[in-house]
Design a protein around this ligand. Sequence first.
Ligand code: SIN
Ligand code: MN
Length: 289
Amino acid sequence: MHLTEEQLLIYQNQGFILLPEYFSRAEVEIMKAELSALSIETSPKKILEKDGKTVRSLHGSHTKNDVFRCLARHPFIVDPAMQIARSKVYIYQFKINIKAAFSGDIWKWHQDYIYWRKEDGMPRPQVVNAMCLLDDMNEFNGPLFIIPGSHKEEMIDVTIHHPQVGTTSSNNSSNSNGWISSFSANLKYTLSQELVTDLVSKYGITFIKAAAGSILFFDSNIVHASSNNISPFGRSTVIITYNSIENIPLPVQNPRPDFLVSQDYRPVTPLAPDELSQFPGVKICTSNP
Ligand code: SIN
Ligand code: MN
């Protein structure tokens, strides 16, 4: 599935494009069942909320889990990612943000690219995020806020906020470099209230309201955030970041763990139709591709 010229233009102008109900309910249910199983495992790839018990995010699940491996190689996602990046791509990061009912915490205002540039040595923002909604996202459950067009400001070099160390589900020594501050509610590079006020008066503000199964492609320099989820509705999303194979990060002093920033630079080959599930209404594979 490719984006049309018009869709690509929308992406370039506003910095994101929403494709409603891209995957079926049946496919979403398959992914949610996998997510439930993964969230109860103890793993350093699991980040907890400040309460020390609610799961905030899971990382790198595409390397172990067949359904998520299939999602990350799904032509519906990889083809548009290659169009946007204007080249072949590899999987840079794979995370599932859970934002649990009643307790999912905020994501402060930020851009993604500054993390990838400063922490990982990524040369250019030739990279794209694909967010796949596993629950309906609405005004109640901490939807994604976006400042449309703000990617045109490019990377805004904000002062580092020095966070306290957060919590993972295991006592992980690989966090001695503080990488968790890119994934906790206490983010490292956030935009000041003054900056956000100025950007919103220049570009406006919007939020994503869409059904489970929808896909949002968004630019690594778009300014975005989300509030906490005090509703009874979960709000889980998978975010897969595809980087251009022409944009391999340069060496850095304290590289983040591989499950956060993949060093597997092999281009992703989109799955062929016969590698996808042949069940009616299900195009996510249900067995090892
Ligand atoms: C992110 O910025 O990576 C996540 C935002 C969200 O899940 O609301
Ligand atoms: Mn982000």
